[in-house]
Unconditional design. Structure first.
Length: 280
């Protein structure tokens, strides 16, 4: 098969199939070279003109899962984050955990008084003289991007909160900044506006090398929804207990009993959780 096959992305755009993208995503999941070659050759022999990226992903994931559960969990990171729904609160907690790992003192779901009105802030993060107001925009559909209305709205809220912060003791020397985190991507206008007004803009893969996917890989803070050893119902029950990370499952194995998971399955679940916590 030559690489003149056109595929359909989640956005509906039609683009040529590039095996390099598949290879890179499998490498990021720590699949071995032998497994990567096997999967890529199978995909190249199987795909057809007009196939969706969703179908290609599912084919690759199913093959990878048979070879390595942990690599499959890493490969499905984007989907795993989308499985944190339907509410956006687990995603807010995930962002709070990531920033906490990076040395910030974080609070999630906080009501603060602005200069004009009260606001519910998804994440407030502080470290040294830095004080951030973060809003999280969670999507359960890869085709949905954050358009310019999102940073416009968030910046107006930040300015109201910042004005009130400046009245507080010690805040006149602090660096204040508003920010937007999304598990999908920003439109070009959204990024342009956000950078222009000084918002901290973070998406699945932006800024390059420091997006959400990169920071999860670097920290080992994988969402529990990445585990292939849990059913969808079990993941939902664990999320309902207030935890979001594989690390929390590993550190609190009693949670598996509390949601009714058979003892015979605990070892595999905890083994995968531990491996996903590793950063090397």
């Amino acid at each position: 098969m030559n690489e003149s096959i056109n595929i359909i992305k989640y956005s509906g755009d039609v683009v040529p199939f590039k095996s390099e993208k598949l290879i890179n995503s499998l490498r990021r999941a720590k699949a071995t070279d032998v497994v990567i070659e096997e999967i890529v050759e199978h995909i190249k022999d199987t795909i057809y003109d007009g196939i969706t990226t969703k179908k290609i992903y599912q084919m690759a994931f199913n093959m990878l899962k048979r070879k390595s559960r942990v690599s499959a969990s890493k490969y499905k990171l984007k989907k795993a984050i989308m499985e944190l729904g339907p509410s956006g609160f687990p995603f807010e907690k995930l962002i709070g955990k990531i920033m906490g790992h990076e040395g910030f003192d974080t609070k999630v779901g906080v009501i603060v008084q602005g200069n004009c009105v009260k606001h519910e802030i998804d994440v407030i993060a502080q470290k040294d003289d830095k004080h951030y107001m973060i809003e999280c925009k969670y999507h359960s559909d890869q085709g949905r991007f954050c358009n310019v209305k999102i940073p416009l709205y968030i910046n107006s809220r930040f300015l109201d909160v910042e004005k009130q912060w400046e009245y507080q003791k010690g805040h006149n020397t602090k660096f204040h900044q508003g920010g937007v985190y999304t598990n999908t991507r920003f439109t070009t206008d959204a990024l342009q506006y956000g950078k222009c007004v000084g918002l901290l803009m973070t998406s699945w893969d932006y800024p390059k090398g420091n997006g959400i996917k990169d920071r999860i890989d670097q920290s080992g803070l994988h969402p529990l929804t990445a585990l292939t050893t849990l059913t969808k119902k079990e993941k939902t029950m664990l999320l309902d207990t207030g935890i979001v990370l594989c690390k929390e499952v590993h550190n609190n194995p009693i949670l598996l009993n509390q949601v009714g998971i058979e003892k015979s399955r605990h070892k595999r679940i905890l083994q995968d959780s531990e491996e996903l916590c590793r950063t090397k």
